[in-house]
Every structure is written in structure tokens, then in C-alpha cells.
Design a protein around this ligand. Structure first.
Ligand SMILES: [Zn+2]
Length: 740
């Protein structure tokens, strides 16, 4: 037996009845026991320390601590996993200033712990509980950006009556879907005559530019077409870039087929080829027929993102970001990708849980990190910002009702998840300002929504992920909802989609290169994170598919967790796919610069100052701006844990050189600071300081209209702890240089 310390002990319900009754556990709870959690035990835990976790009065699980996290607001997190005779068991614990939250997952059950901190001592008192499990299937899905268009909604498409003329097209590339620079795309155009008589004098218009959306002519050029076709761009009544083919006749009940070839316009373009419009004009019948839109048109890539020259498991494309040698297998860095996330939560999320949102969000991400690190993906999520999202339900679709209290997944994602659409600018500005790679929107219970989570992802892009594919939305509730009782994995699942992952071969019917970026399952046994467990009549295991390990399974243990990617039909290697995309996502948005810390007592305090300035909503921090650039600048203080909760005020000093030195007062005004006898006024009224203090300085500032064409601003940040008479400040400034 190990000498593992118990993380919690069962406690006396009567002694703590007041605090226990104030804690909202979920509805439909069938095991509920009062626990006492001493913070001192947790705080002293080191990596690989053994802990005992009691799930009821006579059952406990021993874990070895695998992972310890320090969150920016001072919260701490611990993760551990076991994979013995019972199958995978995991624990994820988060301790905040007010709450302790934990999730224990076993093959049969999931336990939650919610506890509140006692005011007079360093212990938490709360409940461990488990839901009675029901098993309706979860509904979660991912949205592939290019699928969401309705280009032809206004057009009068096919004649309803039979017979008809049917126009269609298909494409073929070296690997089915992806086109590399220099590759030609071969298009097969078919016209089927379903009439009993021949058709004469047909005219086919192919590939014109119709509107604002991404269309074939935006990305591609025709390089080869049959002799009966011509470039009709300059002809009257033709759309630009139209190729017109004259078809003298098609026999009754027959199909005419011909091929055309196209190439990319700009070798640097990556992304979908765009919509191709094809219209057949029957001049005798004076009738036109549109080809059905083919959603599975090719995608241009500018290189093969899956090439791994030195076979070190890190693709050449990723080695570029790591600045390692793609030809030297010893050069790859064995480091995790740190994916920075901005977590925005709705008011529904806040009211759903009686738990401080910051700690609740930390616990969500800690749980997600357990799955990503436990799956050996080499990915860790790091919260760089969390904040309330200013959103009220505005769903007008027929699936929504007036005055509904729940938010609709698709509507929220249309609002904040689609590049340059809806309120994209608002969430993108937050992303830019805090240096977040991805945006997570957390919402309350599903209500009438059939979708529990969704990601706006690019789908299978053969290892390429574009920066606009950055948003996931997830409904969360402490109450019984099938998806969160089933190991509350929706958030992790949706994040998986942002790494290009699909569900499973059985579900998505995917083929071609990178189709192995998918989940895996075994009937009546287990399903990995991406696979729908109900499709396999199985229990979800909190790991991504991975053919290199054989410790999956709940009924039959020690089963392979995936299938090698060389298997064209069954390959399932989600971990390999995450590894192939992670460093791209990591560099979507660079980290916010850190300013060095100093203090009036000359001692070292564990306070961190971060600050950055951005141009409009562009990702990436800048120090040089033109007088007509829109500048937003802000700083954030992550306070030393022993300073959190002490009464103080924050400071923002702006040294504008010849223009003078200013400080921002609590009304947000710039007031002169007399450097001969400086008196710091504070940018907030004195109050207990938080673990994270955000200090906005400039918001959409444009210097030019104020007559300033040349300036250098040095921004300093700090705070005073009033009772200690201690000033902690950034020793070096955030510099903003404005000039032509
Ligand atoms: Zn999904």
C-alpha cells in the first residue's frame, strides 16, 4: 500500500449544515456526501505525489499527481490519471479563493466536487456527488465554414417537371481534394438529356463572377477547354470570366461529358477554390438550368503540410514555426504547444452556476488540459483572458421562440465566429488585445437548443489551419444534461475540431489525405474523444485516438486507441493530427509582451505585468503606428497571490516626452503628473485587488485628427497596497511610437 494522502475526508453534515445547504449541487443527484478539503494538503502537493481520492465511504482511488497548474488569477489546478484494471480513471481539481471544484471520472461514473472555502480557515467544505446516469445521445457538431453558404437561394434553379436537362460537375486531383501550386485541377462537366428527343442549340456558361462571395474566378483560371468553348468575358450580357461552350446537339436520353482544366491564380493563396457557377441555356425552349452546387470542390494549399522529411513526428511546416531543422530528426524541440485562449461567457453561464466564473472557467480548462496532455498531444491551453460577453439572445430562426431564455448555438456562432460577419470585430479585438489564439464562448443550459456545442472549423484542410477558424461555443450546466454528465467533454471535443479533427470513419465517411484525423471506437467497448459514443454503443474514454498506444477500452481492456494512418479506410490518429497542426495554432496570435516588475520595498514579488498595443483588430502586437492607425493599448497585472484581496489602487502613467507626463485618474481622464513632486492618484477607487487587474489605456485612438503626427508614448503600470504602503510597478514601459 502506498502512503497516499487523502485529498478530502468525509465530514459532519450537521456541523457544516449552513455552508453545505448554501451549495447548489445538481438536480438528480444520487450519491451526495459532505467532504472537507484542507487547502494546506493541496498546496504542498508535488508532481508524482500519491493522493487518495474517496468517491464514497468505502471506495477510494489512488492517483499520482501528473500535472500542476498555476492560473493567472492565483487559482491552482492538479490533474492525475490511472489506467489499471478498471480502465482509465482521471481526476481534475481546481482550487480558487472561494471554491474548490473537482471531477473524478471512472469507467462507470463521473463524480463532481463543489466546495466553498470556510471564511475563518484554509479548508473547503462541500459535496462530492454523482448524477444518476441516463444515456440519450449527445448532439454536437462542427460547422464547416464553406458549407454554410446559400449562394443560390434567390435563383430559380431547376425546372420541377421531368424530363429535364441536368448539368453537373466533378473534380479530380492527385489526392482527391487538395491542389498544390502547379497542379492542374481536372473538371468533368456532364449534361444529361432526359428528354425523349434530341436537344439542339444549347449554350453553357461556365465560371462567371456573379457577386461578392468567394467564387471560382477569384482563385482560379481556366487553362484548357474544348474547341467549342470560348472566353466570353467581354461579350454583352456575360459575367466576367465566363467561358461559353456552344453545344450543337445532345441525343435523346443521353449524356454529354467533357473535361476542362484550371490552375490557381496566385501561388500564395490557400483555401477553398470558391463556388463555380455553371448555367445551361436551352435557346429553343428559352429555359436555363443551373448546375447543383458541389460542396466538395478542391482546396488550394501552398505546400504539403503533412511532409515530415526527417520523420521526427513534427511536420516540416511545424518545424518552420519552431525554427528547427526539418531535415534533422534530432533538432525538433520536445516542447508543448501553448495555445492561448480567450474565454468569453454569457450572462446565462454566470447565472447557471453559483460559482465565481474565473474559478469555474479555470476548472473547465484544467479538465480539458487533462485530456489533451493525458492524450500526449503536446498541447496545453492557457487562459489569457476571461470576461463577460455582451450578448442577448437574438435568434430569429424558426427553431427559436420569442422570449426564450436559452441562447441558440448557431446564432451565437454566426454573431461572433464568422470572419468579418456579425459582431466578429468585437471578439476579434479581444483576441488581438490579449494575444489569444482561440476564442471559447461558454453559455448556460441548452434549453430548447438541440446542439450542445459547435466549432467553426475549416474541416479537413490536410494539416493547414487558418486563423479565422478559432471559435467554439458550448452550453454548460451543473444540472443533468446528457453531454456533461457523460464526462462533460463537449468543450474538449469541440476544441478537437479546431485542430481539423472529424468524428470517426463510421460517422463522417471521410477519405483522402488526412482522413485519419478522426476519432476511433470499438462497439460495446469505448469511443475516443471525437467519436460519438452512442454510435459505438460505448462509453467515451477521455483520450484522443492514437494508434501508438494500446491502453483503451472499458469492457475489454488494453485495446489499441487508434488505427495507423497508413490504413486508407480505417486510419484514426487524432493525436498525430493535433501534433501536425498545433504549432500553427500556437502562432495565430503572439504572446503579449511581459514588462519587468519592480517594487518600492526593493523585494521580489511574484507579480507579472503584461501589456500590448494593437492596430485596429489585427492579430499581433505593434510598437510603431502611423498617425491614422487605430490604436488600442492595454495592460494586465497578474498580482502576486499574497497581494490578492488586499485593499489597493492601480496606476497607469503615460510619459509622452515633450508633451508631458500624465496619469489616468479614476474617471478615466488623463491628468498631468508633476514629476517634481509626483502624487499618484490611482486609476480606480481603493478596493480589494483582484488576481487579475486589466488596465485599459487607449481604445480605438487615432492621433492624426488631434493634430499629433509624431509622438512616443511610454506606458507604465502599477498598483499600491494601501495598508502595506507598497508600490509594485512595471520597470520598463510599453512603448508606442507614432509617426509617418
Ligand atoms: Zn463534433
Amino acid at each position: 500500500m502506498s502512503c497516499a494522502d487523502p485529498v478530502w475526508e468525509f465530514t459532519n453534515e450537521i456541523e457544516y449544515s449552513e455552508i453545505l445547504s448554501s451549495i447548489a449541487t445538481a438536480d438528480n443527484v444520487f450519491v451526495k456526501l459532505p467532504v472537507q478539503i484542507p487547502l494546506s494538503n493541496l498546496a504542498s502537493l508535488q508532481l508524482e505525489d500519491q493522493i487518495e481520492v474517496k468517491t464514497n465511504r468505502d471506495t477510494s482511488i489512488t492517483f499520482s499527481i501528473r500535472d500542476i497548474s498555476n492560473f493567472n488569477n492565483g487559482d491552482r489546478g492538479w490533474n492525475a490519471a490511472n489506467n489499471l484494471e478498471e480502465g482509465l480513471q482521471t481526476i481534475s481539481m481546481t482550487a480558487g479563493r472561494e471554491h474548490f471544484l473537482a471531477t473524478v471520472i471512472t469507467a462507470e461514473n463521473s463524480f463532481w466536487v463543489i466546495a466553498n472555502k470556510l471564511t475563518d480557515q484554509d479548508d473547503y467544505i462541500g459535496w462530492i456527488y454523482s448524477h444518476s446516469r441516463q444515456t440519450p445521445p449527445p448532439l454536437n457538431t462542427h460547422l464547416i465554414e464553406e458549407d454554410s453558404r446559400d449562394f443560390f437561394s434567390g435563383a430559380n434553379i431547376l425546372a420541377l417537371e421531368e424530363p429535364t436537362l441536368k448539368v453537373s460537375y466533378t473534380t479530380e486531383n492527385s489526392d482527391g481534394r487538395f491542389v498544390l501550386p502547379g497542379d492542374e485541377t481536372v473538371w468533368t462537366i456532364s449534361i444529361e438529356n432526359k428528354f425523349d428527343q434530341e436537344k439542339k442549340s444549347l449554350s453553357l456558361d461556365i465560371g462567371g463572377k456573379w457577386g461578392e462571395d468567394l467564387e471560382f474566378p477569384d482563385t482560379s483560371l481556366w487553362t484548357d477547354f474544348p474547341e467549342n468553348c470560348r472566353d466570353a468575358s467581354s461579350e454583352p450580357y456575360k459575367k466576367p470570366y465566363t467561358i461559353t461552350c456552344e453545344i450543337s446537339q445532345i441525343e435523346a436520353k443521353s449524356t454529354l461529358e467533357f473535361t476542362m482544366k484550371s490552375q490557381i491564380r496566385k501561388p500564395a493563396y490557400v483555401g477553398p477554390i470558391g463556388f463555380l457557377t455553371i448555367i445551361l441555356w436551352d435557346s429553343e425552349a428559352r429555359k436555363s438550368y443551373f448546375a447543383d452546387t458541389n460542396l466538395f470542390t478542391p482546396i488550394y494549399i501552398d505546400q504539403d503540410y503533412l511532409i515530415d522529411t526527417d520523420l521526427d513526428g513534427v511536420t516540416d511546416f511545424n518545424e518552420k514555426f519552431l525554427k528547427t531543422d526539418p531535415n534533422d530528426k534530432n533538432s525538433a524541440l520536445e516542447r508543448e504547444a501553448q495555445i492561448d485562449i480567450a474565454v468569453l461567457y454569457t450572462s446565462n453561464y454566470k447565472s447557471e452556476f453559483k460559482i465565481a466564473p474565473e474559478t469555474l472557467i479555470n476548472s473547465e480548462i484544467n479538465f480539458t488540459n487533462e485530456i489533451f496532455t493525458g492524450s500526449r498531444t503536446g498541447v496545453r491551453f492557457n487562459i489569457v483572458h476571461s470576461g463577460l460577453l455582451d450578448y442577448e439572445n437574438n435568434c430569429t430562426a424558426s427553431r427559436c421562440r420569442t422570449n426564450q431564455t436559452w441562447n441558440d448555438t448557431q446564432t451565437v456562432l454566426d454573431e461572433f465566429g464568422r470572419k468579418d460577419k456579425g459582431r466578429w470585430r468585437e471578439s476579434e479585438k479581444i483576441r488581438a488585445l490579449y494575444g489569444a489564439d482561440l476564442v471559447i464562448i461558454l453559455d448556460g443550459a441548452t434549453g430548447g437548443d438541440e446542439t450542445q456545442g459547435m466549432a467553426v472549423s475549416g474541416g479537413n484542410m490536410r494539416g493547414l489551419v487558418l486563423p479565422q477558424y478559432r471559435t467554439v461555443f458550448v452550453h454548460q450546466s451543473p444540472n443533468y444534461e446528457p453531454y456533461n454528465d457523460w464526462k462533460k467533454t463537449t468543450l474538449t471535443h469541440e476544441l478537437g475540431h479546431l485542430f481539423s479533427l472529424q468524428h470517426s470513419r463510421r460517422q463522417d465517411n471521410s477519405n483522402g489525405s488526412f482522413a485519419w484525423a478522426t476519432g476511433h471506437g470499438e462497439d460495446d467497448n469505448f469511443a475516443t474523444m471525437m467519436a460519438y459514443f452512442d454510435v459505438f454503443n460505448a462509453t467515451r474514454i477521455n483520450r484522443f485516438s492514437d494508434p501508438s498506444r494500446s491502453d483503451c477500452g472499458y469492457i475489454t481492456l488494453k485495446r489499441p486507441c487508434g488505427v495507423d494512418r497508413s490504413d486508407p479506410l480505417n486510419g484514426a490518429d487524432a493525436v498525430g493530427a493535433i501534433k501536425a497542426t498545433r504549432f500553427q495554432i500556437e502562432q495565430f496570435s503572439p504572446r503579449r509582451p511581459i514588462l519587468s516588475t519592480k517594487s518600492s520595498d526593493g523585494k521580489i514579488h511574484a507579480t507579472k505585468f503584461l501589456a500590448g498595443a494593437v492596430k485596429d483588430i489585427e492579430l499581433g502586437f505593434k510598437t510603431k503606428f502611423s498617425p491614422y492607425d487605430t490604436i488600442t493599448a492595454s495592460g494586465t497585472i497578474n498580482l502576486a497571490p499574497d497581494h490578492v484581496g488586499k485593499v489597493g489602487t492601480t496606476h497607469i502613467i503615460v510619459d509622452a516626452g515633450p508633451l508631458g507626463v500624465f496619469q489616468i485618474n479614476r474617471q478615466g481622464q488623463f491628468v498631468a503628473l508633476d514629476m517634481a513632486a509626483p502624487v499618484l492618484v490611482g486609476s480606480i477607487s481603493p478596493r480589494p485587488l483582484r488576481g487579475i487587474e486589466d488596465l485599459p489605456v487607449l481604445n480605438d485612438f487615432i492621433a492624426g485628427p488631434l493634430g499629433v503626427t509624431e509622438a512616443r508614448l511610454n506606458l507604465y503600470f502599477g498598483y499600491t497596497l494601501i495598508d502595506l504602503d507598497l508600490l509594485v510597478y512595471s520597470a520598463d514601459p510599453l512603448t508606442i511610437q507614432i509617426g509617418e
